[in-house]
Structures are given as C-alpha cells and as structure tokens.
Write a protein that binds this ligand. Structure first.
Ligand code: FES
Length: 144
C-alpha cells in the first residue's frame, strides 16, 4: 500500500487556496519547533462566515496537504464551525496520514484556531481563552 493516499498526493501536488490575502481580517501563524515547519493562514470573514481563506506553508508535503484540505473544509463555514474542525477530521478527509506524520495535520488545526483568535483579538470580541490552550501556553509549537 502506498504511504500516502491519492487525496494527500493531489492536495500536495495541487494545493488549493495557496497564497495570502492582502485584505485579510485575520492571520494565524503556527510552527512546529521540532521540524521547523511553519504554516500561516489568512481569513476573510464576512457576517461571521469564512468568506475566503489562503495559506502559506513552509513545510513538508503532509503539512501542505493538510493546510490545503483545511482551507477547503472551512471555506463558507461559520467561525464556530471552523473552530470545531479538528486535525483528526483533516486526516480523515485526506484519507489518512502515516502515524509519524499526524503532527503535520495538527499545524492545520492550530493555524485555523490561531487565525480565529486573531480575529477575536482584532475586533475586541470576547472569547473563552480556555478554548485556545495552545495560545495560553504561549507557544505556537505544540507537538503530538
Ligand atoms: Fe514538519 Fe510535517 S514534518 S509539519
């Protein structure tokens, strides 16, 4: 069996929503301290809905595929729906990742959360900080 699913390869070779948004309403950036990979996510939010999204990932193929899939999963979703997206769901949508690559999908979940937290902060929207434990630790580099 191939190490990577066809879906992973497709999103790695043809990533969706690559780039930045000059008029982004929120930007999230996370990194993995161990491998040094970095993921940045830009959101355009209109009426509480993710109207547009882009990403820039300096990282491995799994991280690129995970970011690409994550952007597809949150586009058109409400902020709450986007916040509910987990790395496990990203992995499932990708048709799986090898065990030693699961942490790459965590970057995608954290990039979404980091961007939404930035949106709350920029707009003075009160939010439950306990929902952003990775930010509370003062670390952008959680490993699993
Ligand atoms: Fe760093 Fe995949 S090896 S995110």
């Amino acid at each position: 069996m191939a190490l990577y699913s066809d879906t992973v390869m497709d999103h790695f070779l043809h990533p969706r929503n690559v780039g930045s948004l000059s008029d982004a309403d929120a930007v999230g950036e996370v990194g993995n301290a161990r491998c040094g990979d970095i993921m940045k996510m830009y959101l355009k939010i209109e009426d509480g809905v993710i109207a547009d999204v882009r990403f820039e990932t300096f990282g491995c193929g799994s991280a690129i595929a995970s970011s690409s899939m994550a952007t597809e999963m949150i586009k058109g979703k409400s902020i709450e729906e986007a916040l509910a997206v987990t790395n496990k769901e990203v992995v499932e949508a990708l048709g799986g990742l090898p065990a030693h690559k699961l942490h790459c999908s965590v970057l995608a979940e954290e990039a979404i959360r980091s961007a939404i937290r930035d949106y709350f902060e920029r707009n003075g929207i009160p939010y439950d900080k306990s929902r952003f434990p990775e930010a509370e630790e003062g670390s952008c580099c959680r490993m699993v």
